[in-house]
Write a protein that binds this ligand. Structure first.
Ligand code: NHR
Ligand code: GAR
Length: 226
């Protein structure tokens, strides 16, 4: 647990690319709105924009390049060693694009979260926005969930809904969803830091100790930033 000033929650953020979700977390910490210490940002791809964002903010960066390892197990082991050197209490996947092995996931059970740009359980996996458009959905959104061995299948914590508009393409839709994503991660990480959200032994999300059957919705209660 963390208290805003004295005891920030140590986290490590995993990225693969642009890092705009990372930036929203960095900005929220800098604004004093998020009681965490970003101990490191780790990318599986060298040279990505997210690494620059981290360096600019004075955060340690590491690259664990998946293409340098013979298989997923070897990559995940190296990634685990890199992460654990920073002793985070929470691992945050922010546009991280490699599926993680069960052994890795178990090591961080209840201590690792992901953001995915759809209303899970709908549209897990890649090319999400294109598939939402092809399915003719009027509403899409984003979901933050605990990571389990099932890809994009872990218990959901928070969702935000976003309309699909006439004339949208994958790019315009992604941009509208991303605006909500940028609001969501600071909210959920703060909940985690404050001990308000956790995964219980039955793999149920508990919010203020109460098991929640459905994810919370951004804007629904007092969750919205004022
Ligand atoms: N790992 C596990 N075990 N469980 C989850 O819920 C995970 C995960 C790893 C990543 C993020 C996820 C997303 O939000 C995530 C959730 C990548 C792929 C994928 O197919 C799928 C889902 C997600 C991220 N990746 C390809 C692969 O073969 C590689 C694609 C690439 O490198 O560009 O790993 O959507
Ligand atoms: C975000 O939309 C995130 O939800 C999505 O990629 C984008 C990353 O943007 N994640 C996935 O699709 C995971 N498979 P960012 O690098 O600017 O944060």
């Amino acid at each position: 647990m963390a208290d805003a000033v004295n005891n920030p929650l140590p986290i490590v953020v995993l990225i693969s690319g642009r890092g705009s979700n990372l930036q929203s977390i960095i900005d929220s910490v800098a604004a004093g709105d998020l009681p965490v210490e970003i101990r490191a940002v780790i990318s599986n791809r060298p040279g990505v924009q997210g690494l620059q964002r981290a360096s600019q903010a004075g955060i340690f960066t590491r690259v664990v390049d998946h293409s340098h390892y013979p298989d997923r197990a070897a990559f995940d082991k190296a990634l685990q060693v890199a992460i654990d050197a920073y002793q985070p209490e929470l691992v945050v996947l922010a546009g991280f694009m490699r599926i993680l092995t069960p052994a890795f996931v178990h090591h961080y059970q209840g201590r690792m979260i992901n953001i995915h740009p759809s209303l899970l359980p709908e549209f897990p996996g890649l090319n999400t926005h294109q598939r939402v458009l092809e399915a003719g959905r009027a509403v899409t959104g984003a979901t933050i969930h605990f990571v389990t061995e099932e890809m994009d299948g872990g218990p959901a914590i928070l969702q935000a809904r976003v309309p699909v508009l006439a004339g949208d393409d994958a790019e315009s839709l992604a941009a509208r969803v991303l605006e909500q994503e940028h609001r969501m991660y600071p909210v959920v990480i703060r909940w985690y830091a404050e001990g308000r959200v956790r995964l219980d032994t039955e793999r149920q999300v508990r919010f203020d100790d109460v098991p929640i059957k459905r994810p919370r919705q951004l804007d629904s209660e007092a969750d919205a930033p004022c």
